[in-house]
Design a protein around this ligand. Structure first.
Ligand SMILES: Cc1ncc(COP(=O)(O)OP(=O)(O)O)c(N)n1
Ligand code: TZP
Ligand code: MG
Length: 213
């Protein structure tokens, strides 16, 4: 994954065609304005495997067209069936070693570490490729009982070279301190996909954070 970039997380969509059209518009806008996008994580909750697999096929067509990595949330087995670029695992989503076995050495395996340096150190020891800290701000997408502080990111970047993702209520307006603290990726769902003027307008707002007016 490219460094210092957006990490897009899908909303829990039902209409794949409509979502893919929004995603395509967002990725076009990002490319035009030079806004780096490292990956798209397919995060579909409470859906059957068949629904996830069909949605994944549609979303991956869009990510592939834009040269953006495609990650699956929660399910290393589905990520393997899809030959996805990686998987994001929460603390209850299975074992990093098993995900590595299923996905191979090249896959990106990320792990939710909430607001805990201890969890991040364990994930690093177990072979994760990145750790995710959050929530930094209240999120409309997912309630989180954890609140991460900027100092956690600062400490992590001093301690290790392992990339870290920041997540939770991130917007173009509140993310500058998170990047300044050393976060490699800004994981964003609502600020892009729930933007009132559409996902392309949502993603354009992030341009100044990546050095573009
Ligand atoms: C990049 C990233 N960070 C954290 C999460 C949250 O994962 P998890 O705690 O497993 O919660 P769900 O997303 O599965 O509800 C994530 N998905 N992505
Ligand atoms: C999956 C997840 N985990 C912690 S907050 C969150 C949701 C991120 O979405 P948003 O960018 O809309 O807050
Ligand atoms: Mg999960």
């Amino acid at each position: 994954m490219a460094d210092r970039a957006l990490y897009l997380i899908t909303p829990n969509f039902s209409d794949s065609a409509a979502f893919c059209s929004e995603l395509d518009a967002a990725l076009r806008a990002a490319a035009k304005d030079d806004i780096p996008v490292a990956c798209v994580q397919l995060r579909l909750k409470e859906k059957s495997d068949e629904v996830i697999l069909a949605a994944a096929t549609a979303v991956r067509e869009v990510t592939a067209a834009h040269g953006v990595a495609f990650l699956v949330n929660d399910r290393a087995d589905l990520a393997a069936r899809l030959s996805a670029d990686g998987v994001h695992l929460g603390q209850q989503d299975g074992d990093i070693g098993e995900a590595r076995r299923l996905l191979g050495e090249e896959a990106d395996i990320g792990v939710t570490c909430h607001a805990s340096r201890h969890l991040a150190m364990i994930a690093a020891e177990e072979g994760a490729d990145y750790v995710a800290f959050g929530a930094f701000y209240p999120s409309e997408t997912k309630d989180s009982q954890y609140r991460a502080e900027l100092s956690l990111v600062e400490d992590w970047t001093l301690m290790t070279t392992m990339p870290c993702v920041a997540i939770g209520g991130l917007t173009a307006e509140n993310s500058a301190p998170v990047l300044a603290a050393g976060a490699d990726y800004l994981a964003v769902c609502g600020a892009v996909f729930a933007h009132p003027e559409g996902a392309a307008a949502g993603i354009r707002k992030f341009a100044p954070l990546f050095g573009h007016a």
